[in-house]
Design a protein around this ligand. Structure first.
Ligand code: TA6
Length: 294
């Protein structure tokens, strides 16, 4: 039991901290409508989001590595300050650092809010020589809103990319599609980010899909006709939407994903990927994602 965390930030049944898998500290949030969310302080990674009727809305791999050394496979890993490969570990270090709760509250409308922070430290400085304070706010209610705030606490500007790398749980990949992305330019990560133009009304998954849709609409929907379940993915102050499913080959080569795990999720990731953000010394920047389902 995480008594210290509960003493400072626990709120009765609305927010409790427990030992999660691998004894990693985990927060469980419940709003007044009966939605439930689980979040590991490791990476500030949301791993579960359930409807009041207990419908799992996010995918978490049953082979997820909870050693506290590898990114969690599923839920909503936080991508910062780098997207994909590059000089830093893949998708940056935010998702493999321990975040610290700083504030918790409930609202009159029954929403529950938890704020966590990650500040530059010896480990981050050793690979990314910038001073920052990042804050992730999770608001659970009828919708799930995540807000990332970054403060440049150093004396020089820095650039970063960010994304909410959300794994949406689906039942039937063959009846799942993302829209509206037609007319957009995308960078195809299966072809070394070669540019292309999306002509389809519905982006489907006949094979591996790994595309960065540039300047995407602020609302994108993911629909699984077999359930039927629709997600509305709303982004604020983020330009792009990444759509990913590893399909058979890639899934087989991922130790923390069952071979057939690709059939049960689609990632739609809101973020700033094609064009990094430049943050001046002393400035603050924020973005948010709101997830709705119906
Ligand atoms: O968001 C798509 C992507 O960049 C894919 O290329 C794939 O690498 C995926 O992220 C998962 O990355 P991870 O480092 O979590 O295995």
């Amino acid at each position: 039991m995480q008594s210290e965390l509960n003493r400072h930030f626990g709120i009765g049944e609305s927010l409790v901290f427990v030992d999660g898998e691998g004894k990693l500290p985990k927060a469980i949030m419940r709003d007044s409508l009966g939605h439930e969310l689980e979040l590991y302080l490791f990476g500030a990674t949301i791993t579960q989001w359930r409807s009041p009727r207990g419908v799992e809305l996010l995918y978490l791999s049953p082979d997820c590595d909870f050693s506290g050394t590898k990114p969690l496979r599923g839920g909503i890993p936080l991508v910062f300050p780098q997207f994909g490969g590059g000089p830093l570990p893949a998708h940056g270090f935010a998702r493999t650092n321990n975040w610290t709760p700083t504030k918790s509250s409930t609202k009159p409308n029954g929403e529950v809010v938890l704020i966590l922070e990650l500040k530059s430290n010896e480990a981050t400085r050793s690979i990314w020589p910038h001073e920052f304070s990042a804050e992730l706010e999770i608001k659970l209610g009828a919708d799930l809103t995540t807000t990332l705030r970054v403060l440049n606490t150093g004396s020089t500007e820095f650039q970063f990319q960010n994304a909410f790398h959300t794994y949406f749980k689906i039942d039937d990949l063959t009846s799942t599609f993302v829209s509206p992305l037609n007319g957009l330019t995308f960078l195809d990560s299966t072809k070394n980010r070669a540019p292309g133009s999306e002509s389809r009304e519905k982006v489907t998954f006949p094979g591996e899909v790994d595309r960065i849709y540039v300047d995407a609409p602020n609302t994108v929907t993911l629909r699984d006709d077999s359930r039927p379940l629709t997600f509305a993915i709303k982004k604020n102050n983020m330009a792009d939407a990444v759509v990913w499913n590893p399909w058979i080959e890639k899934a087989r080569n991922m130790k923390d994903l069952p071979d057939d795990g690709y059939k049960n999720f689609v990632c739609v990731e809101t973020g700033n990927v094609a064009k990094p953000i430049t943050l001046a010394a002393g400035s603050t920047w924020s973005c948010s994602q709101k997830l709705e389902y119906f």
